[in-house]
Design a protein around this ligand. Structure first.
Ligand code: SAM
Length: 195
């Protein structure tokens, strides 16, 4: 039992390892709004009600419900590596009566989506966990339509934190153009445009 707890804790603090589903309750902590509230993320995302939005790595869905509610005639596609995380977000959204959402257990390295099918893609505290962020950004580029937007948010207290200049470098090499950005230091969102 003690060994298992130690292993979960190790995974939560090791760069390049997916955040353990066993600690999903920590991602639902309402105090997270002091770092970034779902309302503030929505303001930054600047969505149209008809948008088809991809959330990569939603975990248990701290931000997903607010985003799904902002898409009354659009669609939210949720992709997470861990089926256990996906089940948690599915339960949360279904309980809230959200029907315009779909759920895919898949790796960011090979998104199960067709080319150009997404208007806006976003990820919060995810990109640093992906073993090959370059490949993930190429996949995000592929699934976004021309003129589509990618939003990357990174937050303090994350073992896998990637600074904005590193993400910008990676996004540019995947073909994106840098757009707006918000916040600073280890608490920021950066937007990239798919030409
Ligand atoms: C730290 S959690 C953040 C969850 C959520 N975005 C939030 O801010 O509450 C990172 C999430 O990314 C997912 N993830 C990690 N690596 C991934 C990959 N290669 N492909 C897809 N999802 C991944 C994990 O399973 C986990 O749910």
């Amino acid at each position: 039992m003690f060994e298992r707890i130690r292993e979960i804790w190790r995974r939560s603090n090791t760069a390049g390892e997916p955040y353990p589903a066993e600690l999903a309750f920590m991602l639902r902590n309402p105090l997270r709004r002091l770092i970034l509230s779902p309302t503030e993320l929505l303001r930054r995302l600047d969505l149209a009600p008809t948008d088809r939005v991809l959330e990569l790595g939603p975990g248990p869905g701290y931000f997903s419900l607010a985003v799904a509610r902002a898409l009354p005639s659009g669609h939210l596609v949720l992709v997470d590596l861990q089926p256990a995380m996906l089940e948690k977000v599915r339960r949360r959204l279904t309980r809230a009566g959200i029907t315009q959402a779909s759920y895919h257990a898949a790796n960011a390295h090979a998104l199960p989506l067709i080319d150009g099918s997404i208007d806006v893609a976003f990820l919060v505290a995810v990109i640093g966990e992906v073993p090959d962020p370059n490949q993930a950004l190429l996949e995000l580029y592929r699934v976004l339509r021309p003129g589509g937007r990618l939003h990357v948010t990174e937050q303090p207290g994350d073992a896998d934190f990637l600074p904005r200049d590193r993400i910008t470098e990676l996004a540019k090499s995947a073909g994106f153009e840098p757009g707006r950005h918000w916040g600073r230091g280890n608490n920021y969102s950066a937007e990239f445009l798919r030409p």
